[in-house]
Design a protein around this ligand. Structure first.
Ligand code: ACO
Length: 436
């Protein structure tokens, strides 16, 4: 970051002396006012619940321009990455800062592919869960448990440990997600096959069975790979900030990523694709397209508590560029599977059309986000709704690791420790009765 020529001056109406605050430029995007010394200078904190105006770190990984609807991974537009790279190229880019050349690509693919198996003991840990446990509960546990299985890569301050744990997490997440699925439906786990692509291997571990061969459908393989690419990183979102905060205490990488998985589960974040599909199914049960108007009235009624899931985004106030790409993939997958007339897809399109023309949504700049379409694609592939967020976690793992490693390597990094505006009771004594 570069110190700007101008400064910000904070003045007070009560006559307290004003303070000058440095301003920094990034390479693109808004400047930041450096308030690190504000408390020392004024005895005051800033107040920004939800971090609406706060840059929590400096980062060179992912850039979003919410007004333009632009998403860049290490400077490359998501549209170009999604059409010219595969998920492992994207992982390399996010982790290392640049796209791999041919040799680096082959080496990286081989490295990841060689770590896909998980410690055999992990399946006994998995067996402790109820069969009907939510896959996100299982995944939070399994990822956290990795720190008990891979003792040789748990020192977050050791760069080699960080590299090995990064590869392990990226390689083993598909295996863990597929194991969680197979456990839930009572089928045998499928061991990974290293001659398949990352996404092809995942499809086989999910849908293959030991008693017959599994042929990977290239359209579905590409679709899944695109889902992984589009979800790989997204700047300082809630789960990434959780991973950074958790990792800032020096905890091991597996524990920090498990915290990210837990955060992602929420319906306002990664759980939105599951919530979106449940919403579409509910409207379908109510009567489908004919009931869209009635449903929209509920959404617009503040007292109903109903939200149009898959719509709106904290940062994108124009269009989520990932939604456009996902819509393309959605068309391809439905055509491949002969599901063009899928009623849920028709319903989603109708909802989108109405919302894009409706004043309520236009005024609030609410547009479809990536999850509006990713749920339909996943459902068509055969992925059960309760596993959608698990797929998101699998894809986002690389972003979490890249961000965590960037933070640890930053010489200015400190444990994250926000302060508060205290509104509770000032000091008081316990009354006599309570003491007795
Ligand atoms: N349906 C109906 N109204 C909405 C929606 C929605 N999906 N999203 C926002 N609004 C309304 C709010 O009620 C508010 O209206 P008001 O100004 O009259 O009070 C206004 O739009 C602004 O909304 P905020 O909640 O302040 O926006 P914020 O940026 O805090 O929230 C969020 C963003 C959480 C994503 C929100 O849009 C939402 O809950 N969307 C549905 C869930 C979803 O799809 N999440 C996925 C996020 S993308 C991801 O994680 C990959």
């Amino acid at each position: 970051m570069k110190l700007a020529d101008n400064k910000a001056t904070l003045s007070f109406s009560n006559g307290s002396p004003s303070v000058d605050l440095p301003v920094y430029h990034g390479s693109i995007g808004p400047d930041v006012i450096d308030i690190r010394k504000l408390y020392a200078q004024t005895g005051m904190f800033t107040y920004d619940p939800g971090f609406l105006s706060t840059a929590s770190c400096q980062s060179s990984i992912t850039y979003i321009d919410g007004d333009k609807g632009e998403l860049l991974y290490r400077g490359y537009p998501i549209e170009q990455i999604a059409s010219q790279c595969d998920y492992l190229d994207t992982c390399y880019l996010l982790l290392k800062g640049d796209l791999p050349d041919a040799t680096q690509r082959a080496d990286f693919h081989k490295l990841v592919i060689n770590h896909t198996m998980v410690n055999e003991q992990l399946q006994f840990f998995l067996r402790g869960f109820r069969r009907d446990a939510h896959p996100m509960a299982v995944l939070t546990g399994l990822v956290g448990a990795m720190s008990a299985f891979y003792h040789d890569s748990t020192d977050i301050n050791n760069p080699q440990h960080r590299d090995i744990s990064a590869i392990r997490l990226i390689a083993k997440m598909p295996t863990l997600v597929a194991m969680a699925y197979k456990y839930g439906i009572g089928q045998p786990y499928m061991y990974p096959r290293n001659d398949l692509s990352y996404s092809g291997n995942f499809l086989r571990m999910m849908f293959g069975v030991p008693c017959e061969d599994y042929k990977v459908n290239p359209v579905l393989e590409r679709a899944l790979d695109r889902i992984f690419i589009l979800h790989a990183d997204h700047e300082q979102n809630a789960s990434t900030s959780t991973v950074r905060l958790c990792g800032s205490s020096g905890t091991n990488p597996f524990a920090a990523i498990a915290a990210g998985v837990a955060c992602l589960w929420g319906p306002a974040h990664g759980g939105a694709n599951e919530a979106c599909l449940n919403m579409l199914e509910d409207i379908q049960k109510m009567g489908g397209v004919a009931k869209v108007g009635e449903f929209m009235n509920q959404v617009k009624d503040k007292n109903s508590g109903v939200k149009l899931m898959g719509f709106g985004h904290r940062v994108y106030k124009n269009y989520d560029p990932r939604a456009k790409l996902m819509q393309e993939t959605c068309n391809e997958v439905l055509a491949e599977l002969g599901l063009e007339k899928d009623p849920l897809f028709a319903l989603a399109k109708q909802l989108e059309k109405i919302a894009l023309e409706d004043d309520y949504f236009v005024q609030r700049k609410l547009y479809p986000n990536v999850d509006f379409y990713s749920g339909i694609v996943q459902r068509a592939i055969g992925i059960p709704v309760n596993l959608f967020t698990g797929i998101f976690a699998l894809a986002r793992t690389v972003g979490w690791i890249a961000q965590l490693n960037e933070m640890i390597s930053d010489p200015e990094y400190k444990i994250g420790r926000p302060r508060q505006l205290f509104t509770g009771s000032p000091r008081r004594d316990v009354p006599t009765m309570a003491k007795a």
